[in-house]
Design a protein around this ligand. Structure first.
Ligand SMILES: Cc1cc2nc3c(=O)[nH]c(=O)nc-3n(C[C@H](O)[C@H](O)[C@H](O)COP(=O)(O)OP(=O)(O)OC[C@H]3O[C@@H](n4cnc5c(N)ncnc54)[C@H](O)[C@@H]3O)c2cc1C
Length: 400
Protein backbone atom coordinates (compact mmCIF):
# COMPACT_ATOMS: atom_id res chain seq x y z
CA UNK A 1 0.00 0.00 0.00
CA UNK A 2 1.09 3.64 -0.36
CA UNK A 3 2.29 5.96 2.43
CA UNK A 4 -1.33 6.93 3.23
CA UNK A 5 -2.10 3.24 3.83
CA UNK A 6 -4.20 2.86 0.69
CA UNK A 7 -3.92 -0.11 -1.71
CA UNK A 8 -4.38 0.47 -5.41
CA UNK A 9 -6.61 -2.61 -5.59
CA UNK A 10 -8.08 -5.13 -3.14
CA UNK A 11 -9.00 -8.41 -4.85
CA UNK A 12 -11.61 -10.45 -2.99
CA UNK A 13 -11.42 -14.17 -3.85
CA UNK A 14 -8.33 -16.18 -4.73
CA UNK A 15 -9.74 -18.60 -7.32
CA UNK A 16 -8.61 -18.50 -10.98
CA UNK A 17 -10.19 -15.05 -11.56
CA UNK A 18 -8.92 -13.29 -8.41
CA UNK A 19 -5.46 -14.88 -8.33
CA UNK A 20 -4.92 -13.97 -12.01
CA UNK A 21 -6.07 -10.37 -11.40
CA UNK A 22 -3.78 -9.99 -8.37
CA UNK A 23 -0.83 -11.51 -10.25
CA UNK A 24 -1.27 -9.20 -13.24
CA UNK A 25 -1.66 -6.10 -11.06
CA UNK A 26 1.38 -6.92 -8.93
CA UNK A 27 3.45 -7.46 -12.07
CA UNK A 28 2.33 -4.07 -13.32
CA UNK A 29 3.74 -2.56 -10.12
CA UNK A 30 0.37 -1.87 -8.49
CA UNK A 31 -0.09 -2.31 -4.75
CA UNK A 32 -2.59 -5.12 -4.37
CA UNK A 33 -4.07 -7.25 -1.58
CA UNK A 34 -5.46 -10.71 -2.37
CA UNK A 35 -8.04 -11.82 0.20
CA UNK A 36 -9.18 -15.43 0.13
CA UNK A 37 -11.21 -17.64 2.42
CA UNK A 38 -9.02 -20.71 2.84
CA UNK A 39 -10.03 -24.24 3.62
CA UNK A 40 -12.34 -25.41 0.84
CA UNK A 41 -11.41 -27.12 -2.41
CA UNK A 42 -13.47 -25.67 -5.24
CA UNK A 43 -15.74 -28.42 -6.61
CA UNK A 44 -14.75 -28.62 -10.28
CA UNK A 45 -14.19 -31.08 -13.14
CA UNK A 46 -10.88 -29.31 -13.71
CA UNK A 47 -10.77 -29.48 -17.54
CA UNK A 48 -8.80 -26.65 -19.17
CA UNK A 49 -8.06 -25.93 -22.84
CA UNK A 50 -4.56 -25.37 -24.32
CA UNK A 51 -5.41 -21.68 -24.68
CA UNK A 52 -5.55 -21.39 -20.87
CA UNK A 53 -2.25 -23.25 -20.48
CA UNK A 54 -0.64 -20.97 -23.06
CA UNK A 55 -2.06 -17.58 -22.07
CA UNK A 56 -1.58 -18.04 -18.33
CA UNK A 57 1.72 -19.97 -18.30
CA UNK A 58 0.39 -23.05 -16.57
CA UNK A 59 3.35 -25.32 -15.83
CA UNK A 60 3.30 -28.99 -16.87
CA UNK A 61 3.38 -30.34 -13.34
CA UNK A 62 -0.15 -28.98 -12.70
CA UNK A 63 -1.61 -31.06 -15.54
CA UNK A 64 -2.53 -34.36 -13.89
CA UNK A 65 -4.01 -35.92 -17.06
CA UNK A 66 -3.85 -35.20 -20.80
CA UNK A 67 -7.13 -36.03 -22.50
CA UNK A 68 -7.12 -37.01 -26.17
CA UNK A 69 -10.83 -37.73 -26.81
CA UNK A 70 -14.34 -37.05 -25.60
CA UNK A 71 -17.01 -39.75 -25.74
CA UNK A 72 -20.52 -38.39 -26.15
CA UNK A 73 -23.11 -40.85 -24.81
CA UNK A 74 -26.79 -40.62 -25.80
CA UNK A 75 -29.91 -41.56 -23.81
CA UNK A 76 -30.01 -44.92 -25.66
CA UNK A 77 -26.30 -45.45 -24.87
CA UNK A 78 -25.05 -44.71 -28.38
CA UNK A 79 -21.43 -43.62 -28.15
CA UNK A 80 -19.73 -41.10 -30.39
CA UNK A 81 -16.00 -40.59 -29.91
CA UNK A 82 -14.55 -37.20 -30.74
CA UNK A 83 -10.76 -37.48 -30.92
CA UNK A 84 -8.82 -34.33 -30.07
CA UNK A 85 -6.64 -33.32 -32.97
CA UNK A 86 -3.49 -31.26 -32.47
CA UNK A 87 -3.20 -31.21 -28.73
CA UNK A 88 -4.92 -32.31 -25.55
CA UNK A 89 -7.34 -31.12 -22.91
CA UNK A 90 -5.53 -30.60 -19.60
CA UNK A 91 -6.94 -31.74 -16.28
CA UNK A 92 -6.03 -29.88 -13.10
CA UNK A 93 -6.72 -30.61 -9.43
CA UNK A 94 -8.19 -27.41 -8.07
CA UNK A 95 -6.61 -27.58 -4.60
CA UNK A 96 -3.11 -27.60 -6.12
CA UNK A 97 -3.96 -25.40 -9.12
CA UNK A 98 -5.61 -22.56 -7.16
CA UNK A 99 -2.89 -22.54 -4.50
CA UNK A 100 -0.23 -22.35 -7.22
CA UNK A 101 -1.98 -19.28 -8.69
CA UNK A 102 -2.23 -17.58 -5.27
CA UNK A 103 1.42 -18.26 -4.44
CA UNK A 104 2.43 -16.95 -7.87
CA UNK A 105 0.48 -13.73 -7.21
CA UNK A 106 2.16 -13.33 -3.80
CA UNK A 107 5.60 -13.95 -5.31
CA UNK A 108 4.89 -11.21 -7.84
CA UNK A 109 4.24 -8.82 -4.93
CA UNK A 110 0.57 -9.16 -3.97
CA UNK A 111 -0.12 -9.08 -0.23
CA UNK A 112 -1.89 -12.33 0.55
CA UNK A 113 -4.53 -12.28 3.29
CA UNK A 114 -6.49 -15.27 4.55
CA UNK A 115 -9.96 -14.62 5.88
CA UNK A 116 -13.54 -13.71 5.00
CA UNK A 117 -14.75 -10.66 3.18
CA UNK A 118 -17.40 -8.73 5.12
CA UNK A 119 -18.32 -5.50 3.36
CA UNK A 120 -17.40 -2.68 0.99
CA UNK A 121 -17.77 0.64 2.79
CA UNK A 122 -16.61 4.23 2.37
CA UNK A 123 -14.75 6.37 4.88
CA UNK A 124 -15.80 9.95 5.59
CA UNK A 125 -13.03 11.15 3.24
CA UNK A 126 -14.61 9.06 0.44
CA UNK A 127 -11.91 6.38 0.41
CA UNK A 128 -13.17 2.84 -0.27
CA UNK A 129 -12.78 0.34 2.58
CA UNK A 130 -12.97 -3.46 2.45
CA UNK A 131 -13.69 -5.00 5.84
CA UNK A 132 -12.69 -8.59 6.54
CA UNK A 133 -12.27 -11.11 9.32
CA UNK A 134 -9.01 -13.09 9.48
CA UNK A 135 -9.28 -16.89 9.48
CA UNK A 136 -9.38 -18.22 13.02
CA UNK A 137 -10.27 -14.88 14.66
CA UNK A 138 -12.35 -15.46 17.83
CA UNK A 139 -16.11 -14.78 17.54
CA UNK A 140 -16.97 -11.14 18.09
CA UNK A 141 -13.61 -9.87 16.77
CA UNK A 142 -14.14 -6.54 15.04
CA UNK A 143 -13.47 -6.79 11.29
CA UNK A 144 -10.17 -5.44 9.95
CA UNK A 145 -10.14 -2.65 7.36
CA UNK A 146 -8.31 -2.30 4.05
CA UNK A 147 -8.34 1.16 2.47
CA UNK A 148 -8.19 0.95 -1.30
CA UNK A 149 -8.86 2.81 -4.51
CA UNK A 150 -10.56 -0.09 -6.24
CA UNK A 151 -12.07 -3.51 -5.48
CA UNK A 152 -12.16 -6.56 -7.74
CA UNK A 153 -14.92 -8.94 -6.66
CA UNK A 154 -13.79 -12.44 -7.68
CA UNK A 155 -15.49 -14.31 -4.86
CA UNK A 156 -17.29 -16.83 -7.05
CA UNK A 157 -20.93 -17.63 -7.78
CA UNK A 158 -23.25 -15.95 -5.24
CA UNK A 159 -20.59 -13.28 -4.77
CA UNK A 160 -21.01 -11.19 -1.63
CA UNK A 161 -19.10 -8.31 -3.21
CA UNK A 162 -21.51 -8.46 -6.16
CA UNK A 163 -24.61 -8.63 -3.96
CA UNK A 164 -23.50 -5.58 -2.01
CA UNK A 165 -22.37 -3.38 -4.87
CA UNK A 166 -23.66 -4.35 -8.34
CA UNK A 167 -27.34 -4.30 -9.26
CA UNK A 168 -28.64 -7.64 -10.55
CA UNK A 169 -25.72 -9.66 -9.11
CA UNK A 170 -28.01 -11.15 -6.46
CA UNK A 171 -30.06 -13.02 -9.05
CA UNK A 172 -27.67 -14.64 -11.52
CA UNK A 173 -29.39 -17.85 -12.73
CA UNK A 174 -27.39 -20.99 -11.86
CA UNK A 175 -27.19 -24.70 -12.52
CA UNK A 176 -26.25 -26.62 -9.39
CA UNK A 177 -23.41 -29.06 -10.05
CA UNK A 178 -22.30 -31.95 -7.90
CA UNK A 179 -19.48 -34.46 -8.26
CA UNK A 180 -17.77 -37.27 -6.47
CA UNK A 181 -14.00 -37.66 -6.54
CA UNK A 182 -13.15 -41.33 -6.60
CA UNK A 183 -9.95 -43.35 -6.78
CA UNK A 184 -9.09 -44.33 -10.36
CA UNK A 185 -8.92 -48.06 -11.07
CA UNK A 186 -5.37 -49.44 -10.92
CA UNK A 187 -5.89 -51.96 -13.73
CA UNK A 188 -8.55 -52.52 -16.37
CA UNK A 189 -11.30 -53.71 -14.04
CA UNK A 190 -13.68 -51.01 -15.31
CA UNK A 191 -14.13 -52.07 -18.92
CA UNK A 192 -15.26 -48.72 -20.28
CA UNK A 193 -12.87 -46.47 -18.36
CA UNK A 194 -10.08 -44.83 -20.31
CA UNK A 195 -7.69 -42.55 -18.37
CA UNK A 196 -7.22 -40.34 -21.46
CA UNK A 197 -10.89 -39.93 -22.42
CA UNK A 198 -13.61 -37.67 -20.96
CA UNK A 199 -17.10 -39.19 -21.07
CA UNK A 200 -19.98 -36.74 -21.46
CA UNK A 201 -23.38 -38.29 -20.81
CA UNK A 202 -26.53 -36.72 -22.27
CA UNK A 203 -29.42 -38.52 -20.61
CA UNK A 204 -32.52 -37.08 -18.91
CA UNK A 205 -32.24 -39.79 -16.28
CA UNK A 206 -28.93 -38.36 -15.06
CA UNK A 207 -29.74 -34.72 -15.75
CA UNK A 208 -33.05 -33.29 -17.02
CA UNK A 209 -31.44 -30.11 -18.34
CA UNK A 210 -27.62 -30.35 -18.37
CA UNK A 211 -25.15 -33.23 -18.76
CA UNK A 212 -23.21 -35.65 -16.61
CA UNK A 213 -19.52 -36.44 -16.83
CA UNK A 214 -16.71 -38.84 -16.06
CA UNK A 215 -13.41 -36.91 -16.15
CA UNK A 216 -10.10 -38.73 -15.47
CA UNK A 217 -7.61 -36.97 -13.17
CA UNK A 218 -4.59 -39.26 -13.05
CA UNK A 219 -5.02 -41.30 -9.88
CA UNK A 220 -8.53 -39.85 -9.36
CA UNK A 221 -11.76 -39.44 -11.36
CA UNK A 222 -14.42 -36.72 -11.17
CA UNK A 223 -17.92 -38.16 -11.73
CA UNK A 224 -20.59 -35.49 -11.72
CA UNK A 225 -23.77 -33.95 -13.00
CA UNK A 226 -25.64 -30.64 -13.01
CA UNK A 227 -29.21 -29.39 -13.06
CA UNK A 228 -31.17 -26.23 -12.42
CA UNK A 229 -34.25 -28.31 -11.45
CA UNK A 230 -35.05 -27.89 -7.78
CA UNK A 231 -35.74 -31.26 -6.21
CA UNK A 232 -33.71 -33.29 -8.75
CA UNK A 233 -31.38 -35.54 -6.76
CA UNK A 234 -27.87 -34.87 -8.07
CA UNK A 235 -26.41 -37.24 -5.53
CA UNK A 236 -28.88 -39.96 -6.53
CA UNK A 237 -28.03 -39.36 -10.19
CA UNK A 238 -24.26 -39.67 -9.68
CA UNK A 239 -24.91 -42.82 -7.63
CA UNK A 240 -26.89 -44.28 -10.55
CA UNK A 241 -24.24 -43.31 -13.08
CA UNK A 242 -21.54 -44.91 -10.96
CA UNK A 243 -23.61 -48.08 -10.61
CA UNK A 244 -24.29 -48.19 -14.38
CA UNK A 245 -20.57 -47.90 -15.19
CA UNK A 246 -19.25 -50.18 -12.44
CA UNK A 247 -17.67 -47.19 -10.74
CA UNK A 248 -19.69 -47.73 -7.58
CA UNK A 249 -16.91 -50.22 -6.71
CA UNK A 250 -14.31 -47.43 -6.59
CA UNK A 251 -13.41 -45.74 -3.30
CA UNK A 252 -15.04 -42.32 -2.82
CA UNK A 253 -12.58 -39.62 -1.74
CA UNK A 254 -14.85 -36.54 -1.62
CA UNK A 255 -18.45 -35.54 -2.36
CA UNK A 256 -19.07 -31.87 -3.11
CA UNK A 257 -21.19 -29.45 -5.10
CA UNK A 258 -21.48 -25.79 -6.05
CA UNK A 259 -23.54 -23.49 -8.27
CA UNK A 260 -22.44 -22.72 -11.84
CA UNK A 261 -23.71 -19.36 -13.15
CA UNK A 262 -25.51 -19.49 -16.47
CA UNK A 263 -25.43 -15.95 -17.78
CA UNK A 264 -22.98 -13.04 -17.68
CA UNK A 265 -24.34 -10.03 -15.82
CA UNK A 266 -25.39 -7.00 -17.86
CA UNK A 267 -23.07 -4.87 -15.75
CA UNK A 268 -19.91 -6.00 -13.96
CA UNK A 269 -19.04 -2.73 -12.24
CA UNK A 270 -20.79 -0.29 -9.92
CA UNK A 271 -19.69 2.82 -11.82
CA UNK A 272 -17.60 3.94 -8.86
CA UNK A 273 -14.95 1.60 -7.45
CA UNK A 274 -15.89 -2.09 -7.88
CA UNK A 275 -15.60 -4.50 -10.83
CA UNK A 276 -16.56 -8.19 -10.77
CA UNK A 277 -14.75 -11.06 -12.48
CA UNK A 278 -15.29 -14.76 -13.20
CA UNK A 279 -18.22 -16.61 -11.63
CA UNK A 280 -19.00 -13.45 -9.64
CA UNK A 281 -19.83 -11.76 -12.96
CA UNK A 282 -21.81 -14.82 -14.12
CA UNK A 283 -19.17 -15.78 -16.68
CA UNK A 284 -19.34 -19.51 -17.40
CA UNK A 285 -19.94 -20.87 -20.89
CA UNK A 286 -23.54 -22.09 -21.26
CA UNK A 287 -24.00 -25.72 -22.42
CA UNK A 288 -20.47 -26.76 -21.38
CA UNK A 289 -20.17 -25.16 -17.92
CA UNK A 290 -16.59 -24.24 -18.74
CA UNK A 291 -15.46 -21.47 -16.40
CA UNK A 292 -11.75 -21.70 -15.54
CA UNK A 293 -10.31 -20.16 -18.71
CA UNK A 294 -13.03 -17.51 -18.81
CA UNK A 295 -12.49 -16.67 -15.12
CA UNK A 296 -8.76 -16.19 -15.72
CA UNK A 297 -9.42 -14.01 -18.74
CA UNK A 298 -11.98 -11.98 -16.75
CA UNK A 299 -9.40 -11.59 -13.97
CA UNK A 300 -6.92 -10.26 -16.51
CA UNK A 301 -9.43 -7.84 -18.06
CA UNK A 302 -10.64 -6.68 -14.63
CA UNK A 303 -7.02 -6.06 -13.62
CA UNK A 304 -6.46 -3.93 -16.75
CA UNK A 305 -9.68 -2.02 -16.13
CA UNK A 306 -8.79 -1.43 -12.46
CA UNK A 307 -5.25 -0.31 -13.37
CA UNK A 308 -6.63 2.19 -15.88
CA UNK A 309 -9.11 3.48 -13.32
CA UNK A 310 -6.38 3.88 -10.70
CA UNK A 311 -4.14 5.68 -13.21
CA UNK A 312 -6.78 8.05 -14.57
CA UNK A 313 -9.40 8.32 -11.83
CA UNK A 314 -12.03 7.81 -14.52
CA UNK A 315 -14.45 5.18 -13.23
CA UNK A 316 -15.80 4.56 -16.75
CA UNK A 317 -12.63 2.50 -17.27
CA UNK A 318 -14.16 -0.22 -15.04
CA UNK A 319 -16.76 -1.01 -17.70
CA UNK A 320 -14.05 -1.95 -20.23
CA UNK A 321 -13.61 -5.39 -18.65
CA UNK A 322 -17.10 -6.51 -19.68
CA UNK A 323 -16.96 -4.71 -23.04
CA UNK A 324 -13.71 -6.42 -24.02
CA UNK A 325 -14.86 -9.82 -22.80
CA UNK A 326 -18.19 -9.72 -24.60
CA UNK A 327 -16.55 -8.51 -27.79
CA UNK A 328 -14.29 -11.57 -27.78
CA UNK A 329 -16.73 -14.21 -26.47
CA UNK A 330 -20.29 -12.82 -26.39
CA UNK A 331 -21.21 -14.47 -29.69
CA UNK A 332 -20.01 -17.91 -28.62
CA UNK A 333 -21.84 -17.58 -25.29
CA UNK A 334 -25.01 -16.66 -27.16
CA UNK A 335 -24.73 -19.68 -29.48
CA UNK A 336 -23.97 -22.02 -26.56
CA UNK A 337 -26.98 -20.62 -24.66
CA UNK A 338 -29.27 -21.46 -27.57
CA UNK A 339 -27.69 -24.91 -27.87
CA UNK A 340 -28.29 -25.64 -24.20
CA UNK A 341 -31.88 -24.43 -24.40
CA UNK A 342 -32.63 -26.49 -27.50
CA UNK A 343 -30.55 -29.67 -27.36
CA UNK A 344 -30.74 -30.37 -23.62
CA UNK A 345 -34.53 -30.13 -23.37
CA UNK A 346 -35.61 -33.74 -24.07
CA UNK A 347 -34.09 -37.17 -24.60
CA UNK A 348 -35.27 -37.15 -28.22
CA UNK A 349 -33.21 -34.02 -28.84
CA UNK A 350 -30.24 -35.31 -26.83
CA UNK A 351 -30.23 -38.41 -29.01
CA UNK A 352 -30.07 -36.21 -32.13
CA UNK A 353 -27.43 -33.99 -30.59
CA UNK A 354 -25.10 -36.94 -29.96
CA UNK A 355 -25.75 -38.11 -33.51
CA UNK A 356 -24.73 -34.71 -34.91
CA UNK A 357 -21.44 -35.10 -33.04
CA UNK A 358 -20.51 -37.90 -35.49
CA UNK A 359 -20.10 -35.27 -38.15
CA UNK A 360 -16.43 -34.53 -38.84
CA UNK A 361 -17.09 -30.80 -39.41
CA UNK A 362 -18.89 -30.58 -36.08
CA UNK A 363 -16.04 -32.37 -34.34
CA UNK A 364 -13.35 -30.19 -35.88
CA UNK A 365 -15.16 -26.93 -35.19
CA UNK A 366 -16.06 -27.95 -31.64
CA UNK A 367 -12.48 -28.84 -30.77
CA UNK A 368 -10.93 -25.86 -32.52
CA UNK A 369 -13.23 -23.40 -30.80
CA UNK A 370 -12.80 -25.13 -27.42
CA UNK A 371 -9.04 -25.46 -27.63
CA UNK A 372 -8.22 -22.00 -28.97
CA UNK A 373 -11.30 -19.97 -28.06
CA UNK A 374 -11.64 -18.54 -31.52
CA UNK A 375 -14.37 -19.21 -34.01
CA UNK A 376 -12.69 -20.94 -36.91
CA UNK A 377 -12.05 -18.52 -39.74
CA UNK A 378 -9.94 -20.78 -41.91
CA UNK A 379 -12.87 -22.75 -43.27
CA UNK A 380 -16.01 -20.60 -43.40
CA UNK A 381 -17.82 -23.27 -45.47
CA UNK A 382 -17.66 -25.63 -42.49
CA UNK A 383 -19.81 -23.16 -40.55
CA UNK A 384 -22.30 -23.04 -43.39
CA UNK A 385 -22.45 -26.85 -43.62
CA UNK A 386 -22.99 -27.14 -39.86
CA UNK A 387 -25.62 -24.44 -39.92
CA UNK A 388 -27.66 -26.36 -42.51
CA UNK A 389 -27.12 -29.69 -40.78
CA UNK A 390 -28.25 -28.14 -37.50
CA UNK A 391 -31.35 -26.73 -39.17
CA UNK A 392 -32.14 -30.10 -40.73
CA UNK A 393 -32.01 -31.72 -37.30
CA UNK A 394 -33.91 -28.87 -35.72
CA UNK A 395 -36.83 -29.27 -38.13
CA UNK A 396 -36.62 -33.05 -38.29
CA UNK A 397 -35.54 -33.32 -41.97
CA UNK A 398 -32.46 -35.31 -41.02
CA UNK A 399 -32.81 -38.96 -40.05
CA UNK A 400 -32.10 -39.41 -36.34
C1 LIG B 1 -18.97 -29.31 -10.07
C2 LIG B 1 -18.35 -28.30 -11.02
C3 LIG B 1 -17.57 -28.75 -12.10
C4 LIG B 1 -16.94 -27.82 -12.95
N1 LIG B 1 -16.12 -28.28 -13.94
C5 LIG B 1 -15.44 -27.42 -14.70
C6 LIG B 1 -14.48 -27.87 -15.66
O1 LIG B 1 -14.23 -29.06 -15.82
N2 LIG B 1 -13.80 -26.94 -16.40
C7 LIG B 1 -14.04 -25.60 -16.25
O2 LIG B 1 -13.40 -24.79 -16.96
N3 LIG B 1 -14.92 -25.13 -15.32
C8 LIG B 1 -15.60 -26.00 -14.55
N4 LIG B 1 -16.46 -25.52 -13.58
C9 LIG B 1 -16.62 -24.06 -13.41
C10 LIG B 1 -15.40 -23.47 -12.69
O3 LIG B 1 -15.12 -24.24 -11.54
C11 LIG B 1 -15.66 -22.02 -12.28
O4 LIG B 1 -16.22 -21.32 -13.37
C12 LIG B 1 -14.37 -21.32 -11.84
O5 LIG B 1 -13.84 -21.91 -10.68
C13 LIG B 1 -14.61 -19.83 -11.58
O6 LIG B 1 -13.46 -19.24 -11.01
P1 LIG B 1 -13.60 -17.95 -10.06
O7 LIG B 1 -12.22 -17.59 -9.68
O8 LIG B 1 -14.47 -16.96 -10.70
O9 LIG B 1 -14.42 -18.47 -8.80
P2 LIG B 1 -14.06 -19.61 -7.74
O10 LIG B 1 -13.19 -20.63 -8.36
O11 LIG B 1 -15.35 -20.04 -7.15
O12 LIG B 1 -13.19 -18.85 -6.66
C14 LIG B 1 -13.78 -17.96 -5.75
C15 LIG B 1 -12.81 -17.76 -4.61
O13 LIG B 1 -13.39 -16.79 -3.74
C16 LIG B 1 -13.18 -17.18 -2.41
N5 LIG B 1 -14.25 -16.60 -1.60
C17 LIG B 1 -15.58 -16.81 -1.71
N6 LIG B 1 -16.24 -16.09 -0.79
C18 LIG B 1 -15.31 -15.41 -0.10
C19 LIG B 1 -15.36 -14.50 1.00
N7 LIG B 1 -16.54 -14.14 1.56
N8 LIG B 1 -14.20 -14.01 1.48
C20 LIG B 1 -13.01 -14.36 0.94
N9 LIG B 1 -12.90 -15.21 -0.11
C21 LIG B 1 -14.03 -15.72 -0.61
C22 LIG B 1 -13.22 -18.71 -2.43
O14 LIG B 1 -12.45 -19.22 -1.35
C23 LIG B 1 -12.58 -19.02 -3.79
O15 LIG B 1 -11.18 -19.25 -3.67
C24 LIG B 1 -17.12 -26.43 -12.73
C25 LIG B 1 -17.91 -25.98 -11.66
C26 LIG B 1 -18.51 -26.90 -10.81
C27 LIG B 1 -19.32 -26.39 -9.65
Amino acid sequence: MNSAGIFDVVVVGGGPAGATAAHDLARQGRTVALLDKAGRIKPCGGAIPPRAIRDFDIPNHLIVARINAARMISPTDKEVDMPVENGFVGMVDRDVFDEFLRVRAAEAGAERLTGSFEAVEHDADGVTVVTWTPKGAPDGTAPLRLRTRCVIGADGARSQVGKQTVKGAEKIPCVFAYHEIVEAPKGDEIAKYDARRCDVVYNGRYSPDFYSWIFPHGDKISIGTGSAHKGFSLRGSVGELRAATGMDQLKTIRREGAPIPLKPLKKWDNGRDVVLAGDAAGVVAPASGEGIYYAMLCGRLAADAAAEFVATGDSRALATARKRFMKAHGRVFWILGIMQYFWYSSDKRREKFVKICQDKDVQRLTWESYMNKELVRRDPMAHVRIFFKDLAHLFGFARA
